[in-house]
Design a protein around this ligand. Structure first.
Ligand code: ZN
Length: 506
């Protein structure tokens, strides 16, 4: 690639017989010396200049002096010196600079045209794309509206007409939670919010309530125990207690809303492995929450992520202060469901219960914490045929965890170990030392729960103790086994024993 060269040259000629010395002054004050014989031809000098300049030998060169006058290139050229500026000779590679500037101009002109065409094409393409994208956006927006309308229509149509009997049964702890499909449970939950006056009092959009409940359902994993049906059970028990204990006469509607909402959200996105596993296995949740109630913190976070979606925010009409109160209350209750805090919460409640003051916020908060705890572990309050399958579900989830703990070399709790636990042993201690003391304490405030809730617990304890005796007898020497088997046969028709029978006899 040729570049135009502009050289300022100075030459010193001496008309003596010695070879001539020429100093070429290059641009930026760079000097080159050229020596040639006074007897060489003009052609030889031109060739020499070309060589010095680094251009092809046949390049046409023109020599100008400092005034712009052309100087012939031959041995008789006027001599000059580096200092004599007026005599500086300029060598121009005419043909080269001309062709180069011409080609550059052509090239530039060609490129500008090319660029013009390209820009025009690209503009046209972009305009087309904008037009198409615009159409797409309109289409997408139209589709979104259609989907929204369809969903809302579907939600409206999916509302089951609850019978009078169902509506009545829903208020009682004996409600059979196994009879219902997910959509029916959603309708029941929806009914509870309406029935308690929460939708009306807090101006909750009924469609938002449906969407929120649907989203809640979708955010419960299909675990053996900690699943959407468990969420339904806990909320239904809360609703029963609100009705049975006339809590709406004692609490504000905000408290009732917090109790119900915390119950609905309390196990959101439960992974099926408890806090002990999370901490021992150093899971992301344990790391995120510094081993402090990792699951309960996660349930809260998921609950409020759901509320942050405008379509699912049943609190959208609340002012910031009211929302803050609901949020704080819900978080407090969900965090209270960590069984590691059982002793602490129950002790605190025991200190308040004998002089309970509904005007004392601390007292009310403590009672709400105990209420959600009661509902969370209330399966044994339900009739035997409703409660029993939950034990199998819980053991299935426990065994899933202990198997994994064994495989991962983590500590295994005996009550979760399939090699060590039996159904009666799992239940007796829990009912005797956790459930009955807690419900009997609550009974001091609400005596009406004795018949509907505490009595079933006592019966359940007695039944499991009887089962344990049979279980123990089965492990005794043969001469006593026959007698016990007869006793066992007497009760085996009971559904209660189905699990036991399968596990220990068949
Ligand atoms: Zn729970």
């Amino acid at each position: 690639m040729w570049i135009s060269y502009f050289f300022i040259a100075s030459a010193v000629f001496s008309w003596i017989k010695r070879p001539a010395l020429i100093i070429l002054c290059l641009f930026l004050c760079r000097y080159l010396q050229v020596v040639f014989s006074r007897f060489c031809s003009p052609c030889d000098i031109k060739d020499l200049f070309c060589t010095v300049l680094g251009v092809a030998r046949n390049t046409n060169l023109t020599l100008l002096d400092s005034s712009g006058a052309m100087v012939s290139i031959d041995p008789t050229m006027p001599h000059n010196s580096e200092r004599s500026k007026s005599q500086i000779l300029i060598i121009i590679s005419l043909s080269l600079s001309l062709s180069l500037s011409l080609s550059l101009s052509l090239c530039r002109a060609f490129k500008i045209n090319e660029l013009k065409t390209e820009v025009t094409n690209r503009l046209a393409m972009l305009e087309k794309r904008v037009e198409l994208e615009g159409m797409k956006v309109v289409e997408i927006e139209k589709c979104r509206n259609d989907i929204r309308n369809l969903r809302e229509e579907m939600l409206c149509r999916l509302q089951y007409m609850l019978s009078v009997q169902t509506i009545d049964a829903l208020k009682k702890p004996a409600f059979d939670v196994w009879l219902w499909e997910a959509n029916e449970m959603l309708s029941c939950l929806e009914h509870m919010y309406h029935d308690l006056g929460l939708v009306k009092d807090f101006n909750i959009n009924p469609i938002t309530l449906k969407r929120w409940l649907l989203c809640i359902h979708d955010n419960y994993k299909n675990n053996p125990f900690h699943n959407f049906r468990h969420c339904f059970c806990v909320t239904q028990m809360m609703y029963s207690m609100i009705c049975l204990c006339s809590l709406q006469e004692k609490f504000t509607q905000v408290d009732v809303l917090i109790l119900m909402t915390a119950a609905v959200c309390h196990d959101l996105d439960h992974p099926g492995y408890n806090n002990t596993y999370q901490i021992n296995a150093r899971t992301d949740l344990a790391v995120r929450y510094n081993d402090i109630s990792p699951l309960e913190n996660h349930h809260c976070a998921v609950a409020f992520q759901i509320f942050s979606q405008p379509d699912c925010n049943i609190f959208s009409s609340f002012d910031p202060e009211a929302f803050k109160q609901i949020r704080q209350g819900t978080i407090t209750l969900i965090l209270a469901t960590d069984m590691a805090r059982h002793g602490e919460i129950l002790d605190s409640f025991k200190q308040k219960v004998d002089s309970f003051d509904y005007t004392d916020e601390e007292h009310v908060t403590c009672l709400k914490m105990v209420l959600i705890k009661c509902c969370d572990i209330s399966n044994e309050v339900r009739p035997m045929e409703v409660a029993e399958p939950w034990v199998d579900c819980l053991l299935e989830e426990y065994f899933m965890q202990s198997d994994r703990e064994k495989a991962e070399g983590l500590p295994v709790a005996p009550f979760m170990d399939r090699e060590k636990v039996t159904k009666p042993t799992a239940q007796i201690g829990f009912i005797k030392f956790v459930l009955i003391p807690m419900f009997e304490t609550v009974m001091k405030l609400f005596p009406q729960i004795e018949e509907a809730m505490v009595q079933p617990l006592r019966e359940s304890r007695d039944r499991y103790e009887e089962l344990k005796q049979i279980d123990d007898a089965m492990n005794e020497p043969d001469h006593r086994r026959e007698e016990e088997v007869k006793r066992f046969e007497k009760v085996r028709r009971s559904r209660t024993l189905r699990f036991y029978f399968t596990r220990h006899v068949l």
